[in-house]
Write a protein that binds this ligand. Structure first.
Ligand SMILES: [Zn+2]
Length: 51
């Protein structure tokens, strides 16, 4: 099952590989676009939705 995540800035990740891949890409996005954001792996996972 794939997964998706939408950032508060409108950036969206859709991964066919699942939630863990989605979280990985979201953390990269946060690091690149929102440096200083403090969010844990589990918090991102909680925002990730199955597609
Ligand atoms: Zn963003």
């Amino acid at each position: 099952m794939g997964a998706m995540n939408v950032c508060s800035c409108g950036w969206t990740i859709v991964s066919p590989l699942g939630a863990e891949d989605c979280v990985k890409h979201t953390m990269i996005h946060l690091r690149d676009s929102h440096p200083g954001t403090i969010i844990t792996h589990d918090e991102i996972l909680a925002h990730t939705k199955p597609v």
